[in-house]
Design a protein around this ligand. Structure first.
Ligand code: HAM
Length: 418
């Protein structure tokens, strides 16, 4: 028996890093006026079939789908957008004042081949904004994502943007692509071949050398765009400049989900390699709310892979403030002191102090060692003599200063020193 492939434990000494990532994400979202939403970890399978798209890798081969006891088909969420849109529709949030700006965190599940930066249970920080077609909102979302990396201290994240038009434009572009790739069909890798007639845009995204070479000369989506989409792209570019967000237009940028319209973008950290380097991605999905049973309301968002953010932090040797020291370690000597320490410990904790004592009858020296290991700011020593005098010896561990204070003054003394 062991942990399932592609998953991992977050042990207590690592969890501080995750709290920190979440804290920064919350702070950044706060600044941009996004509110947190929490949706279920599983949804009806049909939500993803309709939302993410039947010809995507996710729906075709990566979902964790199961039947519940009443034979309903459910799926562990492979991504966050579909569930958030379902919630937006089901709770009729579209009837409120718009835009609606939400963010979320949480585990996502995809049956992919595990490798560096790729897991079967991974975590995303995502945002979704509904109810506005203003290209300034596209720029805001991209800028928010970049701000998250920067606030964490990660530098060099590149922004790639593209415009993928609308379904009609894409249908036309698909034809152009099929016509272009057809003469090369025999040379394409099996994956690309299988995509040729179903979703030829994904071939542009291939990591296989020969396919990449062939794809280089393929027609650009930008040549298929209508005036409206071109103008939209120009407006997004303008607002990105206004926000001082550096970016590249990348007409080869393809997203792995079907719901995108107009703006598509990615956050890339090249140092992490082709796979793990895609530290986040997103785009507009103006048809999705309607597709999932709501009115015609547009949306835009991104998902950032937090495991990849952790890799970036490691790669750039960014240290994270995660230490969580004890305020006080209570060292006891003798049975009576041990008994008395229970009550003192209770008082300290009720006063909001992080406090600990020995539970293993260890000698004073071993207790002090534990206090040190836990980075205790103060050590309070309680022995027989102290007990008689209702006193404790308090030692400030950093300065080495030691004073004797009345037991009933301990809480206020420690709170002052905090
Ligand atoms: P996505 O591109 O499928 O988009 O995933 C977003 C990010 O999640 C990726 O850029 C990557 O950093 C991370 N990621 C994806 N799969 C894995 C994996 N197996 N292991 C580790 N990290 C992974 C979405 O999920 C969309 N819902 C984003 C979005 C929101 N678009 C609009 N709104």
């Amino acid at each position: 028996m062991g942990i399932p492939r592609g998953t991992y434990d977050i042990l207590p000494n690592e969890v501080g890093t995750w709290h920190y990532l979440e804290k920064i994400a919350r702070e950044v979202c706060q600044r941009y006026a996004y509110a947190e939403i929490r949706t279920p970890i599983f949804e009806e399978t049909s939500l993803y079939e309709r939302g993410v798209g039947e010809t995507t890798d996710i729906v075709e081969k990566e979902m964790y789908t199961f039947l519940d006891r009443k034979n309903r088909s459910l799926t562990l969420r492979p991504e966050g957008t579909a569930g958030v849109v379902r919630s937006f529709v089901e709770n009729k949030v579209y009837a409120d004042m718009q835009p609606t700006k939400w963010y979320y965190f949480g585990p996502m599940f995809r049956y992919e081949r595990p490798q560096a930066g790729r897991f079967r249970q991974f975590h995303q920080f995502g945002v979704e904004a509904f109810g506005s077609d203003d290209p300034a909102l596209d720029a805001e979302i991209i800028s928010l994502g970049l701000d998250f990396y920067q606030t964490l201290g990660i530098s060099g994240v590149k922004v790639g943007i593209n415009n993928v038009g609308n379904p009609e434009i894409r249908a036309k572009y698909f034809e152009n692509l099929i016509a272009y790739f057809k003469p090369y069909e025999a040379e394409l890798d099996p994956d690309a071949k299988s995509r040729l007639y179903r979703n030829p845009m994904r071939i542009l995204d291939s990591k296989v050398k020969r396919t990449q070479e062939i794809a280089q000369e393929a027609p650009s989506i930008l040549d298929s765009l209508d005036k409206e989409s071109m103008e939209y792209l120009e407006r997004v570019k303008f607002y990105l400049q206004e926000l001082q967000v550096p970016f590249d237009v990348n007409d080869r940028l393809v997203r792995g989900l079907d719901y995108y319209t107009q703006t598509a973008f990615e956050f890339v950290m090249e140092e992490l390699g082709a796979q793990a380097g895609v530290v986040g991605g997103g785009g507009r999905y103006n048809g999705l709310v309607k597709e999932l049973g709501g009115p015609e309301v547009s949306g835009i968002g991104f998902g950032i892979g937090l495991e990849r953010v952790l890799l970036a932090l490691k790669e750039q040797k960014v240290t994270i403030p995660t230490s969580d020291p004890l305020d006080c370690y209570l060292v006891t000597m003798g049975e009576e002191a041990k008994v008395a320490s229970v009550r003192i410990l209770g008082e300290l904790r009720r006063a909001g102090l992080k406090a600990e004592r020995d539970y293993l009858d260890r000698k004073m020296k071993a207790q002090l060692k534990t206090a040190n290991r836990n980075e205790a700011r103060f050590v309070a020593i309680l022995g027989e003599e102290e007990l008689v005098n209702q006193q404790v010896q308090v030692k400030h561990m950093e300065t080495g200063e030691q004073t004797s204070i009345a037991m009933d003054q301990l809480v206020s003394y420690l709170l002052e020193g905090k």
